[in-house]
Write a protein that binds this ligand. Structure first.
Ligand code: GLN
Length: 548
């Protein structure tokens, strides 16, 4: 097998940035000219994160093939610059689901089905599947979610242990990320938590090859030596992962430490220096903005920034592309009313209403959109944000006073956003007949769909092309029964599905920049290539600021 496997595990505590570390290493290996893929193994029982609340788990990241995945896949795509798929994220729930399905089908021929070997074999199969196909990657990075010592992570670690023996040392290694706290009162870096975490790994038969220490300041040589000695690793295999103010600096910091170099030697990868020109340019651009814009994000999950991770990143990328810093202000839409809307957004150069589910906070969003439309403030509505923009326009411009979404008012007279029956029946049938090819997750429209862009619109100006593909995650659609009425009052349908049956983008006339889209463009933004719509939105905000 050509592919080399790198497993990344975490110790001591969660939230040390394992995903970012894996993604950054991936970026470095890619910059060395290697082809890289990445996979996240999540120990929870949910079959996928699609059903998990963003409050608890952060955003659900959607891939082109319609998989609802962990938000770390977003980091991976942004750092590697390649689209990922279903294959790149799995959970304990998914593994058990597949094993139980086989068991029910009789595949195990009456044998007792056990965690070892059946669950671990299924995990190994999933990991190894990355190396199949005509063009297997040079390197596969596997991030094991959770912290070493958690009961639920054990089958994944056991599968990793077995793979290391089977594939051999030159083809498989373990990077263990731990915390090395600095105790100010003692003036010392403390290694004990790392020692304990490695002991935990050793007790299940795993000797880590590389220790990556999350720390505030680079760890001094004597502490590095101590960690090497007590954890049985080479002294030059102990690295610091220091706190950074900008997450895109991590690959450069790792490079300075010689991290990718050591890994290349251990795995006998071709010796070549990483070309980090683009990364250095990116950080330079981040550090040298020519100005600043303030953007309000008006939503429901504002207490938890992780819920809007990709959105946050996409806006940041668009800031860099426009040479400005984007100052983000999260506003809880439940607190907005006609009385305070002006005060709330007085300082904002642009307003964004993101996706969401449920009625809570919707009237505040509609109030916000009315303000943005009437006061000609650059506005970007994404998914639910577009649906709210359509409702607002219907109510206040097209004279459809009771316009609403079927999601919020199922019995209302004017469901301008509705559950498209043909679509719904199709989805339902797919679920009932267990037609997996067409069943991409119950009743939602998920994953990439093509869209035709209308020339002469803000959307076309941004994309500069007639046909695009963007990712979706929603149930409701614009109701075409209202298309003529809305168009006669000026609403512009700047994007539709190629056959014209689904509305994908809307705009309002005579406004500097007011665009709503049914899809989630934030999933396809990259630090090196800001998404065209975000770039245009921030561009409009920059203009707004210079004129006001
Ligand atoms: N709740 C809306 C729908 O299901 C919007 C979803 C979203 O914003 N992702 O269509």
């Amino acid at each position: 097998m050509k592919t080399k496997f790198i497993f990344v595990t975490g110790g001591v505590l969660s939230s040390l940035g394992k995903g970012l570390a894996a993604a950054s290493l991936g970026a470095l290996l890619k910059a060395r000219g290697l082809s890289v893929t990445i996979q996240k193994l999540d120990p929870y029982i949910n079959v996928d994160p699609g059903t998990m609340s963003p409050f608890q788990h952060g955003e659900v990241f959607v891939t082109d093939d319609g998989a609802e995945t962990d938000l770390d896949l977003g980091h991976y795509e942004r750092y590697l610059g390649v689209p990922l798929s279903q294959k790149n994220n799995t959970t304990s729930g998914r593994i058990y689901f597949d094993v139980i399905t086989k068991e029910r089908r009789g595949d195990y021929l009456g044998g007792t089905v056990q965690v070892i070997p059946h669950i671990t074999d299924e995990i190994k199969r999933t990991v190894l599947s990355l190396a199949q196909g005509d063009n297997p990657p040079d390197v596969a990075l596997i991030e094991i979610g959770g912290t070493v010592g958690d009961i639920e992570g054990l089958p994944f670690l056991e599968a990793m242990r077995q793979l290391r023996t089977e594939l051999g040392r030159d083809n498989c290694l373990n990077i263990h990320l731990t915390l090395v706290p600095y105790l100010r009162s003692a003036g010392e870096h403390k290694t004990k938590p790392t020692q304990h975490s490695v002991k935990e790994l050793l007790s299940i038969g795993i000797q880590p090859d590389v220790i990556l220490c999350r720390c505030e300041e680079p760890i001094p040589a004597d502490v590095r030596r101590k960690i090497a000695l007590f954890c049985n690793v080479d002294e030059d295999a102990v690295f610091s992962s220091v706190d950074v103010k900008n997450v895109y600096e991590v690959p450069l910091k790792f490079y300075d430490e010689g991290f990718d170099q050591k890994i290349a030697i251990m795995l006998r990868l071709p010796a070549r220096n990483a070309d980090l020109t683009a990364w250095r340019q990116l950080i330079y651009d981040f550090d040298h903005p020519a100005g600043k814009v303030t953007i309000a994000i008006v939503g429901k999950y504002v207490e938890l920034k992780e819920a809007y991770k990709s959105l946050h990143e996409a806006l940041t990328h668009a800031g860099v592309a426009n040479h400005v810093t984007v100052d983000l202000r999260y506003v809880n839409s439940e607190e907005i009313s006609a009385d305070n809307v002006e005060r709330t957004f007085a300082e904002c150069d642009g307003i964004l209403v993101p996706g969401g589910f449920g009625y809570r906070g919707v009237e505040g969003k509609i109030e916000t959109i009315r303000y943005a439309r009437e006061k000609k403030i650059p506005f970007f509505g994404i998914c639910l944000g577009m649906q709210c923009a359509v409702i607002e326009y219907a109510r206040h411009v097209a004279g459809i006073a009771k316009a609403n979404s079927e999601e919020f008012d199922p019995l209302g007279p004017d469901k301008i956003i509705y559950l498209m029956t043909e679509w719904y029946d199709f989805r339902k049938k797919a679920v009932e007949t267990r037609d997996e090819a067409s069943d991409k997750g119950g009743t939602m429209r998920l994953g990439a769909y093509p869209c035709r862009v209308l020339p002469g619109t803000h959307a076309w100006e941004a994309y500069q092309t007639d046909e695009i593909s963007e990712r979706h995650r929603h149930r409701y659609e614009f109701n075409n029964a209202y298309k003529d009425a809305m168009a006669s009052h000026g609403m512009i349908f700047s994007g539709t599905s190629p056959d014209g049956s689904l509305v994908e983008m809307v705009e309002v006339p005579g406004h500097p920049w007011f665009v709503g889209c049914q899809f989630h463009p934030e999933f396809k933004s990259n630090p090196m290539h800001a998404h065209p719509l975000f770039k245009a939105f921030i561009g409009a905000a920059v203009k707004q600021r210079s004129e006001s």
